[in-house]
Design a binder for this molecule. Structure first.
Ligand SMILES: [Fe+2]
Ligand SMILES: [Fe+2]
Length: 192
C-alpha cells in the first residue's frame, strides 16, 4: 500500500477533524470486519476504509481541481455537488500524491458515496462500512448494519434504496451511476 499505515494515519489526523478521523478508523474497522465475513482481503479493506474520506475536509476548490484530473468516469452532477466531490478527489490524491496504483482501492474510494454498476466486492464493503460504521447514529442504522451483515447484495440493495429515496425526498440530484448500481442489485436479488 505504498507508505506504511501509520504514515496515512498521521496524514489523516492532521488533515481531518477529530470526529472525521474517528469515523475513518471506524470505517476501516467495519471494512475489515465485513471483508472477514465475506472472504475478501482484510488488509486491503482496512486500508480503503481508512483513506476513503482523505479529501473530505480540503477546501472545495482544491477538491474540485483534484476531481477534474481524475481519470475514472466523473459526471457533471458529481462535479457540481460539494458532498460528492471528495470521493473523486480522494481517489485522485491517493493516486497522485501517494502513488497508490491498486485500481480496486482507488475505485472503492471513488465510488464510496455514489456507488456504480459493476462495483467490486471491496467497493461494496467500503460503501456499506461507511454507512454502518460504529459512529453512525441515524435512526435505522442498526437495520442497515444487519443488512450489511446478511449479504453484500442485500446490504447494497437496501443501502442504495435508502440513499436514493432520501436524496429524492430532499430534492437533491442523483448521479446516473447510483441508479445503475441500484438497478443492478434489484436484478441480482430477484434472480437469487
Ligand atoms: Fe465520504
Ligand atoms: Fe465517510
Amino acid at each position: 500500500m505504498g507508505k506504511e499505515l501509520n504514515e496515512y494515519k498521521t496524514f489523516l489526523k492532521s488533515n481531518l477533524s477529530k470526529k472525521r478521523y474517528t469515523h475513518s478508523l471506524n470505517v476501516a474497522a467495519m471494512s475489515r470486519e465485513l471483508a472477514e465475513l465475506y472472504g475478501e482481503d482484510k488488509d486491503k479493506a482496512y486500508f480503503a476504509g481508512l483513506v476513503h474520506d482523505i479529501a473530505k475536509e480540503l477546501p472545495r476548490e482544491v477538491q474540485y481541481d483534484y476531481a477534474k484530473k481524475c481519470t475514472l468516469d466523473v459526471s457533471d452532477i458529481e462535479l457540481s455537488s460539494t458532498p460528492l466531490l471528495h470521493a473523486v478527489a480522494g481517489a485522485q490524491i491517493l493516486s497522485e500524491k501517494f502513488g497508490i496504483d491498486d485500481i480496486e482501492v482507488l475505485k472503492a474510494v471513488r465510488y464510496h458515496t455514489v456507488g456504480s454498476a459493476g462495483m467490486s466486492r471491496l467497493a461494496q464493503i467500503v460503501y456499506l462500512a461507511d454507512l454502518t460504521s460504529e459512529d453512525r447514529d441515524y435512526k435505522d442504522v442498526k437495520k442497515y448494519r444487519k443488512f450489511a451483515h446478511t449479504s453484500l447484495e442485500k446490504g447494497m440493495y437496501e443501502a442504495l434504496r435508502y440513499s436514493i429515496a432520501d436524496t429524492a425526498c430532499k430534492g437533491n440530484t442523483i448521479p446516473i451511476c447510483t441508479l445503475e448500481a441500484y438497478n443492478e442489485f434489484v436484478i441480482k436479488l430477484k434472480s437469487s
